[in-house]
Design a protein around this ligand. Structure first.
Ligand code: ZN
Length: 211
């Protein structure tokens, strides 16, 4: 029996009974605190990281915590709608989430691939996907020309979060909610090794600790 089936057995017998009231109360709908956009990386667990419960977070996970912008494949309209754009629209217009967090993370393989495109020879779809963040590679290589490869990946992880906030701001649903004052955007980077979480401070134009 697979590890996952054992996990379901444990959930049904030990976890669900403790939470059955909670799940019953969620049957009528959801009103999540945030749309949380993070990497698919198995080491990133947004619910654990934010001490959240079922019903608290609406989550998008993909390679590199990327949001295709309007005017690019997957960004919606004539260029085709991807899961990210549709999920974003639903979160903002239907669920009216008050906050969107884009969370990058340390040791991100997607950002490693972005900075070393020659390593993506057998991953043409990943290479295509990372095209959404090409400007990050160009900017990091220009601004950190003398940095080591690892330092460049670390810089790309942060720069990519900021680029995705720009992509978010370009979507109509986000523009409308920001103009109405009903939505805030945040950029985080999570280091799962040290447990540290930093956020981009727009006023200070620097990264500061979350909380
Ligand atoms: Zn990652």
């Amino acid at each position: 029996m697979s590890r996952l089936v054992d996990g379901v057995r444990h959930f049904r017998s030990a976890e669900y009974p403790k939470r059955s009231d909670q799940f019953q109360s969620l049957a009528g709908g959801q009103s999540p605190n945030a749309l949380f956009i993070c990497c698919s990386d198995s080491r990133v667990n947004p619910t654990l990281l934010t001490n959240s419960e079922p019903g608290d977070l609406f989550v998008v996970e993909n390679a590199g915590n990327i949001v295709p912008p309007p005017g690019r494949p997957g960004g919606g309209g004539e260029h085709g709608t991807g899961g990210e754009a549709a999920t974003l629209e639903y979160a903002v217009r239907a669920l009216k989430v008050p906050e969107i967090i884009v969370c990058g993370h340390a040791k991100c393989g997607a950002m490693g691939g972005l900075m070393a495109p020659e390593s993506l020879g057998s991953l043409p779809l990943v290479a295509d996907w990372l095209e959404h963040s090409t400007s990050v590679r160009e900017r990091v290589n220009a601004e950190h020309a003398d940095a080591s490869p690892q330092e460049k990946v670390d810089a790309a992880i942060k720069a990519n979060v900021l680029l995705q906030l720009e992509h978010l701001r370009a979507h109509d649903c986000v523009k409308e909610a920001l103009a109405a004052g009903t939505l805030t955007l945040s950029g985080w980077v999570y280091d799962f090794v040290s447990g540290e979480v930093i956020r981009w401070d727009e006023d200070q134009q620097s990264w500061v600790e979350v909380a």
